[in-house]
Design a protein around this ligand. Structure first.
Ligand SMILES: [Zn+2]
Length: 270
């Protein structure tokens, strides 16, 4: 276990990284580290996390009572405490507002589908917790069932929560999750995306097992709006969030040529 002084430095460093990546703005986001069974270091509320000092970080107990520090704890403290209660194996919780992940949740598109081999190895599925008003205890409740099985969860219309054995592991998971979202965003613009098949996933899990990596849970019983089946809009699971590509996106080559021809004819006739 690292010293408290080192953990304070680590929290400040990770907050700077998250701010530099543009995944929090102003006073958004919060980061915590478990110091002992009953002591949590956590960022305070109402402070810009990109320019915070080690002295600003406070200590609370598992009931959220202030033990050390002069500032008030993060407004999402209950979310952090819930993650520690549900996951005795983790020592850090990071909550941020990663741009692509939040955008996907606003569009009603899940990132739970298995697309990239490294995600099968490291995260498993990336579930989205139901919308809950930020700063309320409902955020913690919406995450509770997911965080038991997953290290990375998207909070609908809000942000992300990632956990790890230390603060850098929790940050790395956030970085990976946002990277997946970014790749998925670009792939969806280029064309329809195909998830890994069940056989490919099984093969990857077998490789992971040989490497001694802990097996990650995969969600298989839901439509994840990847549109790979071509029946997305008919899928009852997604009836409220049909796939509506922006004009010009996903248009076939024939449609694009037809559009150009039409524009050319209009020009000539005018
Ligand atoms: Zn937030």
């Amino acid at each position: 276990m690292k010293s408290e002084a080192q953990s304070r430095r680590d929290i400040v460093e990770v907050c700077k990284r998250i701010h530099n990546r543009g995944w929090i703005s102003s006073t958004d986001g919060n980061v915590s580290v478990r110091l002992s069974r009953d002591k949590i270091l956590i960022t305070p509320t109402g402070i810009h996390k990109g320019y915070m000092s080690e002295r600003d970080v406070i200590v609370v107990d598992m009931d959220g009572r202030l033990i050390a520090g002069s500032r008030n704890p993060s407004t999402e403290m209950v979310l952090h405490l819930t993650c520690y209660r549900e996951r005795p194996d983790v020592n850090s919780v990071v909550h941020a507002h990663p741009t692509m992940c939040v955008a996907f949740s606003l569009a009603g598109v899940s990132l739970a589908k298995c697309l990239l081999p490294e995600v099968i190895f490291t995260l498993g599925s990336i579930p989205t917790a139901e919308y809950a008003a930020p700063t309320t205890v409902d955020v913690a409740e919406s995450v509770r069932s997911h965080i038991k099985d997953f290290d990375a969860v998207i909070l609908a219309r809000h942000g992300s929560v990632t956990v790890g054995t230390d603060v850098f592991a929790a940050y790395n998971t956030l970085e990976r999750m946002e990277h997946v979202a970014e790749i998925t965003f670009h792939a969806r613009q280029i064309g329809n995306i195909k998830p890994l098949t069940a056989a490919q996933i099984e093969n990857l899990q077998a490789i992971g097992e040989k490497m001694g990596w802990p097996k990650k849970k995969i969600i298989t019983d839901m439509c994840n709006s990847c549109n790979a089946c071509g029946k997305f809009s008919a899928c009852p699971t997604n009836a409220e969030a049909p796939l509506t590509p922006a004009p010009g996106l996903n248009a076939s080559v024939e449609e694009l040529i037809a559009e150009e021809v039409r524009a050319e004819l209009m020009k000539r006739s005018s």
